[in-house]
Design a protein around this ligand. Structure first.
Ligand SMILES: C[C@H](O)[C@H](O)[C@H]1CNC2=NC(N)=NC(=O)C2=N1
Length: 95
């Protein structure tokens, strides 16, 4: 199992990612799309990657907005797996 990272390690890794922050034991980013269809389409693409990784986000979609919150439930905090998924999500948005 992945081990929970220390806040200082989390901040170090966040420096390599655009727009993610550490809040309440999650790494979080908010996205805004043109409309619901675009938001849900992005969620679908992300969902397939999550299934491959067996690692899943907490997220909230309201019409064209999506807030993604990542932590590793099994470890009770943020681990390398969350950074791997955050990186994958970034790749989806830039491809
Ligand atoms: C049984 C299954 O492998 C686990 O529950 C996986 C599934 N997806 C997961 N996703 C996240 N974010 N954290 C987990 O600890 C986790 N565990």
């Amino acid at each position: 199992m992945s081990k929970r990272l220390e806040p200082s390690e989390i901040e170090e890794r966040l420096a390599q990612l655009q727009g993610w922050e550490f809040v309440d034991n999650f790494i979080i980013k908010s996205f805004t799309f043109k409309d619901f269809k675009e938001a849900f389409s992005a969620m679908t693409r992300i969902a397939f990657e999550c299934e491959k990784m067996n690692h899943h986000p907490n997220w909230e979609n309201v019409y064209n907005t999506l807030v993604i919150k990542l932590s590793t439930h099994d470890a009770g905090g943020v681990t390398e797996k969350d950074f791997k998924l955050a990186q994958t999500i970034e790749t989806i948005f830039t491809s």
